[in-house]
Design a protein around this ligand. Sequence first.
Ligand SMILES: *Cc1c(COP(=O)(O)O)cnc(C)c1O
Length: 224
Amino acid sequence: MSTIAERLEEVRASLLPGVKLTAVSKFHPVEALREAYDAGQRIFGESRVQELAEKVGAMPDDVRWHFIGHLQTNKVRRLVSLRPAMIESVDSERLLRIIDDESAREGVVSRVLLQVHVAREETKFGFSPEELDEFFRCRGFETLRATHICGIMGMASNTDDTGRVRADFRAIADAMARARRLAGDELRGFDTLSMGMSHDYLAAMQEGSTMVRIGTAIFGERQY
Ligand SMILES: *Cc1c(COP(=O)(O)O)cnc(C)c1O
């Protein structure tokens, strides 16, 4: 049995240059996060606001928390108050506007990724590529007061069909490239492409991912 520190090291060694690692710690106990922290990991991904709140209180202050789960609008205020380093899973323009309002109210600037939905099954959440194009064509980011859009997050279909997985990653990367073109220079710091999980991150990096979200390969199976 390898340890969390050993598996973390293995994952790190397999990352392409410049690719950042979000260690997805959802459903794992604080002791597991501590082990990763002691091995140098600082970015952790959580998918539920209540669980995040508990872990924020139990972990050192220099952890950078990424929220990666579906966010209900009635939990936005609580999440923003926890000051996550990034909200990766902004899956609708309505949610984006609520995050912006709550961030302005709280007096912080929230850093977010827009989630694009390309996979066949899996989650139904996310902007479709067409909606995303429309958002950038209409310059929907210009009216944000307290939110910085840092890039795009997406997931590939959950399938053994590697051709399909690669096509999904390419579609996500293409959506990011179009957004860049449509937004022009005004969207500064729009450079994070978050894609790739334990079973598909090698393919994701080859298709241009700059940030991978890896849980199982570091922490083992989740105990739901
Ligand atoms: C749980 C989750 C992950 C991590 O999945 P693993 O297969 O355990 O690596 C990545 N991204 C999102 C959005 C998740 O919900």
